[in-house]
Design a protein around this ligand. Sequence first.
Ligand code: GDP
Length: 454
Amino acid sequence: MVLSELGSRVNKALRQLADAPVVDEQLLDAILREICAALLASDVNVKLVQNLRTNIKSVVNIRELAAGINKKRLIQKAGTARASMDAVMDELCRLVDPGVEAWKPKKGRANVIMFVGLQGSGKTTTCTKLASHYHRKGWKTALVCADTFRAGAFDQLRQNATKARIPYYGSYSESDPVQLAGEGVAKFKAERFEIIIVDTSGRHKQEGELFAEMQQIAGAVQPDNVIFVMDGTIGQAADPQARAFKEAIDVGSIIITKMDGHAKGGGAISAVAATQSPIIFVGTGEHIHDLERFAPRPFISKMLGMGDLGGLMEAMQDLKLDKNKNLMKNLEAGVFTLRDMHEQLQTIQKMGPLGKVMGMMPGIPQELIAGTEQEGTRRFKRMMTIMDTGRPVELDSDGKIFETQPSRLRRVAAGSGAPTYEVEALLAQHKQFAQMVKKMGGSKGFMKEQMGRG
Ligand code: GDP
């Protein structure tokens, strides 16, 4: 099952919990069964799923909760549902969180990053993606190709690096990867590069040789961080693979690739939690910008359709959209007008594939993200047309003006050529959006924490 499907199935189960008149053991059991079935269908390891269920059951002790709060039934129900939802959320986060802080490069020195992983996992592609990420953030970045095993590896890296305007080092004639890696790193260190990324070979089948070569290269370049690249589509095979690499070399971080919209991914994502190395990014396509930062809570929140405000902010900062300063300020203060939504949707158009960016936005209903890119774009354009028809006083409002003066609603509907229910749906979406922003932005601590993830 693809991750977005997993998200909506879990989300649906949780909503059932919130909507139920009474939360009792039977309901909680049924919901846990549904969540576990969804996780298993997404390739998450059986043992991890069992643990998750046991942990939630031990945290949410229905009988105790019921005995403790025997005043109003409503409060009792709300308390129990809240506790259950928090427990589910915490456990889902634990599933993808080894509880280890990710390595961060230091300014004013050379940071050597070595990539390891099997052939075809996406190493060379991801090297350039990461180099481009640091380059955009202002780090002096270079790439070294130490893959002398795969014909064409250097060419691939050279082409990608040239496109991204990143200096590179490699050779068509030198066949010793250890020598090549050592030379490249020494050269860029002498030139005071801050981030030096070394790509290595990932030969298949001869695991012993691969690991021996990996260790020799590590000896030559003394990496500050070893990144293990894993193909996200390998399902249950992820667990033994991640462990084998972890045992052979001091893996500091993990990047999971091929986590594009329709990838299964649950196996890979959850397997790494057991290796004690944090996932730092996921690859979401073949393009150089298809690299998304990974952090457990925002990832789960996004998967469940609750958005990733931090990721969104970062994407906006990357685009250097000064126009959105106002919006950022508003978001931080927990204010969200219709104009903010208009501005945000406009930004999205510049940010690349719609579905991907929409997923980062809190409050965007799953229904809006569903379907093909084309359908999404059409839906999106209609929303923009409706908002473009609004008057300034309406756009700068929180939307209630349309409830108190329904003639405004009819005017916007007529002006934009949309049926009234579509305008109402947009207002409802805005309301949902604003509520979420209020919740998240209200505490500036959350925003800071999210934005400081880099
Ligand atoms: P390497 O052998 O580990 O260096 O792997 P490559 O970088 O050559 O990648 C193998 C294939 O996977 C190439 O066709 C890449 O375009 C593709 N690839 C890498 N990362 C991603 C990703 O995140 N999504 C998708 N869809 N394809 C990817």
